[in-house]
Design a protein around this ligand. Sequence first.
Ligand SMILES: Nc1ncnc2c1ncn2[C@@H]1O[C@H](COP(=O)(O)OP(=O)(O)OP(=O)(O)O)[C@@H](O)[C@H]1O
Length: 236
Amino acid sequence: MLEIKNVTKKFGELTAVNNLSFTVEKGQVFGIAGPNGAGKSTLYNLITGLYPFEGSIKFEGKEIRGFPSHKIAKLGIARTFQIPQTFPSLTVKKSIAIGNYFGSDAEFDPAYVDEILKFVNLYDKQDEKTGQLKLLDKKMLMIAAALGTRPKILMLDEPMAGSNSKEILSLMELIKRINQDMGITIIIIEHFMKVLTELTSKLLIIETGTEICCGDPNDVTSDSRVIECYLGDGHD
Ligand SMILES: Nc1ncnc2c1ncn2[C@@H]1O[C@H](COP(=O)(O)OP(=O)(O)OP(=O)(O)O)[C@@H](O)[C@H]1O
């Protein structure tokens, strides 16, 4: 569904993404991990059209390199950010409606917006201003606004950051439902290995922009190269 081939991104002398290649299959939950500064968010920025790069990114067989971000969104690729990005003065419902109105080529559908509100358990808070929401609800809303665009792939950037163990369980449950009930392919960047081994069917580890290993999450997390570069970094 998404084919990354020999992708390299340099910022001046710094190579943030170094000749990366991998494929995400339709219906998969694909994990990406690596130490701080490994190039994970940069990779998302390349897939979503923020920067020029060397190499090829194909979505559903079509080259998307050089496409502007809004066109990539309309093809069906949505993302979230590490720090929840919301419009503080807008209501929850309007924030999802904006995603549906601008992020999709399909006609605006208020019933779909209601469906998403219920799906992420924000229906009762639909008239609240997003600036008043607690962190977990802001995270749910950012995911909901992305779902508003009717994505085929949802790319999550460290969705668990700053969450307690109960919130992590809620977010994991939501991610599973998005994948299984809505049939949306997921890519997830995450530091918590337990989250990745439970949610994903394939896991890519990168360090300084370069692939360390990629495969079954249980094999990957027991690989000595990964333990050295990542797990030895104090994460469990
Ligand atoms: N716009 C930019 N200009 C210059 N350097 C950048 C830019 N964006 C990222 N970098 C650098 O590229 C490298 C990779 O950064 P990136 O944010 O992709 O890492 P990351 O794996 O997402 O890290 P973290 O886990 O801390 O979010 C870092 O050295 C970073 O400083």
